[in-house]
Design a protein around this ligand. Structure first.
Ligand code: FAD
Length: 290
């Protein structure tokens, strides 16, 4: 199929973006890398009156270090995040996850803001953003606001973004954790995750002081397992407690299915991946690697 007709604008500043939004009203859509939007246009799942191509809005590009934060512009391509040495240094979990985002060709066009706005529940970037408790900065003609990532994802392909708003930057607190684990099961390298997990943990003198655990691919959005984190903190961190705790995960989750996996399979994979991820974390602590 081919898309229906739409107008096309290519502004060079945010001010111009907002002028186009104002002119066209609710039917305008942002075009960033186009990797997810263009298929939905061609399948006529969306019919905007105008596409606002933001690829020439230079102020949305790049990764910078500012104070306590690493700030990633919405238009930064996946491959730039993947190869950034300051991302590797300050947000190591994100650095670990980026090679799992799609394939090289898609990573050369797809953008950080596009992935968050699209909000696929099986995507890596939303899950890492939640694990790191990043802040999402959005702008509109009325000004700007910051959205805590815990409030941003609201359901399948659904976010707190309002009409006329655009993601401009994502603020990651500089890393305060000592250990990071990222794992996913996917049918092929580069596919969206069937089930995935991201963990950050802080150990001091081999004592676990803080841990955050996030799943993706199992619900309508990335999910922080606060209960498991509390349970892990409450016990001695060893193989026996990991086996016990991982067998209990997922019973209180509305696990979503996909076209290849039913609920039981996903639940089983979730327990396996939690066990493997926590055992990997234990191994890293014992080996003195982060
Ligand atoms: C075959 C294939 C496999 C893929 N596999 C994976 C994968 O394994 N993991 C993964 O994470 N992703 C995967 N993706 C998606 C890829 O990461 C996309 O790049 C990403 O989802 C969307 O980014 P984009 O820049 O291309 O956005 P676009 O396609 O341009 O836009 C997507 C949506 O976001 C909106 N939007 C874009 N930028 C902004 C902004 N700054 N503010 C507000 N709204 C905005 C658009 O209006 C549109 O609704 C895959 C894509 C394809 C085609």
């Amino acid at each position: 199929m081919k898309s229906s007709n739409f107008a096309y604008c290519r502004p060079t500043s945010l001010a111009e973006v907002f002028d186009v939004f104002e002119h066209y009203g609710d039917d305008a859509l942002i075009l960033a890398g186009g990797q997810s939007l263009l298929p939905t246009l061609n399948m006529r799942l969306s019919n905007p009156s105008v596409l606002i191509d933001i690829n020439r809005v230079i102020e949305l590009q790049g990764v910078v270090e500012e104070g306590q934060y690493l700030k990633i512009g919405a238009l930064t391509r996946h491959y730039e995040v993947e190869s950034s040495s300051i991302v590797e240094k300050h947000v190591p979990l994100l650095h670990m996850a980026m090679p799992y985002v799609a394939h090289t060709a898609i990573r050369s066009r797809g953008t950080f803001g596009g992935s968050l706005a699209f909000a696929d529940a099986a995507a890596e970037i939303p899950a890492i953003t939640l694990t790191c408790e990043a802040i999402i900065q959005v702008h509109s003609k009325q000004g700007n606001r910051q959205i805590a990532v815990t409030d941003f994802f609201q359901g399948l392909y659904s976010t707190a973004l309002q009409k006329g708003e655009i993601i401009t930057r994502v603020l990651f607190p500089k890393n305060e954790f000592t250990h990071h684990v990222f794992k996913e099961f996917a049918r092929r390298q580069g596919d969206y995750a069937t089930v995935g997990i991201a963990i950050v943990a802080k150990f001091h003198l081999k004592q676990l002081q803080n841990i955050r655990i996030v799943y993706f691919g199992v619900s309508d959005r990335p999910i922080a397992d606060v209960q498991l984190a509390q349970d892990v903190l409450a016990q001695d961190f060893n193989a026996q407690s990991i086996y016990q705790l991982s067998n209990r995960v997922g019973h209180d989750l509305e696990i979503t299915t996909d076209i290849y996996h039913d609920r039981q399979t996903k639940h089983h994979l979730l327990k396996v991946i939690v066990k493997r991820a926590l055992l990997e974390l234990l191994g890293k602590v014992e080996d003195g690697v982060s």
